[in-house]
Design a protein around this ligand. Structure first.
Ligand SMILES: [Zn+2]
Ligand SMILES: [Zn+2]
Length: 477
């Protein structure tokens, strides 16, 4: 079968870094690390795994970073080469290992094994206890079953009937290859708390190193017709949720997770920096969860601003000019200051100093400029949440962090949340918001590509502004 792979070859890396100075095609031409190849479909690592036929696979901002070789080398030990790209995957179950089939049948013990998100359950269905009980959970508190496995008794409160997973079921795949998919028992302390994206075993266990499906050479990925997943990674897609919606879940969860962990109350002011799919998702997450906080979004393009407003931002400021420029004029610093009732002071040199600012700033870009701006526009004692994938920011002034006692919060992908009294995977929270009509992200899927056109997909993502691209995906049907 065909697969778009990242080869991880050093000579190809050197070629792309050199030739890439002349043309960006050098990052994805035939001498680069990104290649469409004929490969064997991945085998099931053991009988707890499932084969998925891909129908939709998202093109993530992190995939763009990978193509452009922007990632910090400190992430490279958490992948194994060559790997097939694609971690934002929706598909249909094509084959199940025996244990997987038993666990996902929705009957008895199997359902119990899926009850918590990595909360200490062992590899044997139902064998786990819940040592960590998760942050916020009381001592010994056990997680509630997730949506796929809740009993019908709950249907009176709008909870769904359980959806058993069998061959042919449409599923969304939580790609994180933490302890549980890796067959590691007992799970690490992070996984025991449900913080699966902070797992300490991304290099251990059943499959080769990799944070996730889409960075691991054994699992395959969604940028091909088939890949494999551990049964615990599957989330059934309810009939009333489209695959176009489901394929947006991963991007949305990158924002939903930090929003839930830094939730702005109704009287808070929020600045969302960046209106790519992650920034728009931050706005959508705040609103879908019911906060009436005042949201200002900082956007580059009109089509992004329109989307941010449609998902509930109160106002949008356009990034133009240089934030650090002159004291006068209608630049974005002045507009943000006005909207947050902050004052701007001109230092003897350099960017303006902000007195006041927003209670919460979600930096959904992660660039040197966005980090610097975000720190400046966080009010004293407020929280600056780094959602974007920063690596080596240059020229960031740290003064606001100590002078304003700003809390800088990190966020990596998504894991487990407290939601409506239950412990659920971030992915499941998103799915529940979609199932209950509180969230529809399908308008954000602006571009679809066939796998053979992967170079066009890369080019469209590299020119997202001109292409009016918010989110793109490969489709296989
Ligand atoms: Zn992603
Ligand atoms: Zn772990």
């Amino acid at each position: 079968m065909k697969a778009v792979q990242f080869l991880g070859s050093v000579p190809r890396y050197v070629y792309s870094m050199a030739a890439g100075k002349l043309t960006r095609r050098a990052f994805y031409d035939r001498f680069s690390n990104i290649q469409l190849r004929d490969v064997d479909p991945p085998a099931l690592p053991n009988d707890e795994w499932v084969k998925i036929r891909t129908t939709h696979a998202g093109f993530c901002g992190s995939d763009k970073n990978l193509v452009l070789l922007h990632d910090s080398p400190s992430t490279s030990p958490f992948s194994s080469f060559p790997f097939t790209l694609g971690h934002e995957n929706v598909g249909v179950v094509a084959e199940m290992g025996a244990k997987a089939a038993l666990a996902l049948s929705g009957a008895g013990a199997g359902a119990g094994a899926r009850a918590e998100a990595g909360a200490g359950a062992g590899s044997e269905p139902g064998s786990g206890t819940s040592p960590g009980a998760g942050p916020g959970g009381g001592p010994g508190a056990r997680s509630e079953p997730n949506l796929a496995t809740r009993s019908r008794a709950g249907s009176g409160t709008g909870d769904p009937a359980p959806i058993p997973i069998k061959v042919g079921t449409r599923v969304l795949v939580d790609p994180v290859l933490s302890c549980r998919p890796r067959g590691i028992d007992p799970v690490c302390p992070a996984c025991a708390r449900g913080d699966t994206s902070l797992c300490s075993n991304f290099t251990e266990g059943t499959v080769s190193p990799g944070f996730a499906i889409g960075t691991c050479r054994d699992t395959g990925g969604g940028w091909s017709e088939e890949f494999v997943a551990h049964y615990s990674q599957l989330i059934p897609v309810p009939d009333n949720v489209s695959s176009e919606n489901a394929v947006l879940v991963d991007a949305f969860c990158s924002s939903l997770h930090p929003v839930m962990r830094n939730f702005p109350p109704d009287d808070a002011s929020v600045l969302v920096v960046g209106c790519g799919v992650i920034g728009i998702s931050a706005v959508a997450a705040i609103r879908a969860l019911g906060s009436r906080a005042r949201i200002v979004a900082l956007a580059k393009y009109k089509f992004q601003a329109d989307a941010a407003l449609a998902y509930g931002a109160d106002s949008v400021v356009f990034m133009r000019g240089k934030g650090g420029g002159s004291a006068g004029g209608s630049d974005y610093y002045s507009e943000l200051a006005k909207l947050s009732e902050a004052r701007l002071l001109q230092p003897i040199m350099g960017k303006r100093v902000v007195v006041g600012g927003f209670d919460y700033v979600f930096d959904c870009v992660g660039s040197s400029t966005s980090i610097d701006d975000s720190l400046r526009f966080t009010r004293p004692g407020g929280a600056m949440v780094l959602v974007g994938l920063a690596s080596f920011p240059k020229g960031v002034d740290w003064t606001p962090i100590w002078m304003k006692e700003v809390q800088v919060k990190g966020s990596f992908w998504c894991s487990t949340e407290e939601f409506e009294g239950r412990r659920m995977r971030t992915y499941e929270v998103a799915m529940e918001l979609m199932r209950t009509g509180r969230l529809d992200l399908s308008p954000l899927l602006t571009h679809k590509f066939r796998l053979a056109d992967y170079r066009h997909a890369i080019e469209a993502n590299l020119n997202a502004g001109r292409e009016k691209l918010i989110k793109s995906a490969f489709v296989f049907y």
